[in-house]
Design a protein around this ligand. Sequence first.
Ligand code: SF4
Length: 287
Amino acid sequence: MQTRSFEQGLQLVIAMLSGLEKRPDLRADNHVLQRITQLGKLARKPGAEEDLSVREAFQAGEPSTTEAADRATGEPGKREKRADPQTFEELRTRVLACTKCPHLVAFRHTVVFGVGNPAADLMFVGEAPGADEDMQGEPFVGRAGELLTKIIQTMGFQRSDVYIANVLKCRPDIPPGTSGNRQPTPAEMQTCLPYLREQIELIQPKVMVALGATAMRGLFGKTEPMKDMRGRWHSFNSIPVMATFHPSYLLRNQAMTEKRKVWEDMLQVLERLGHRISDRQRNYFLR
Ligand code: SF4
């Protein structure tokens, strides 16, 4: 009975705090709101924190809550770093109006600029928008995007803590009447790369992650097989870049060994960022 009363009381507090979130005259720190959301999930599903393993998070649709709120705050110094909002918005406005590639302009629904925290310490770079991203105007929102979100959460962040962008900002065109996505050409990536460079200069991430071989080709011009490039540090304008498999590769290849490889790359990223890694995290995807 006591447990029930406690849960009811907790729900009341959560409802009250969630109501405050919607009031335009009040402002709350984003991390506090995320914590409230997580508390709500735990209250609705007792024991959820224990049940949600990262394996499930990579495989199913449930977000990992493990240390997410604590990690989300990052280092104290992080909050001091701010990309000039006006300059960042000016860049966004310029990119959204870009017509440098007429064949992509004719095909695209939206320009996919990027999403996340312009003051992020960690930035993910993919290759180009697919059909879902083109419709929604946000990178990594399809199935591969959902998996990337799980990876980010498993690392202890929320999507809003990091910055996510592509080398190419417009969806590569495909012949009429066909479906699917195509890889961007080197020429297309070369044309669009200055925008990514500007984003990186403004965000000044401490660490970047290149997702897949095409992103590596766009950033560095490297054409080696991904298996030779992943798990190693590369340098883009003096910023360390970890190369890892694209999430779509993990969707095609569900082997535990491949998930472990990506996870080991992310452990290196966490170490480089100076984040504490729990024993539990270190052992994910080990048999
Ligand atoms: S792909 Fe990049 S350079 Fe080409 S039109 Fe789109 S935003 Fe402009």
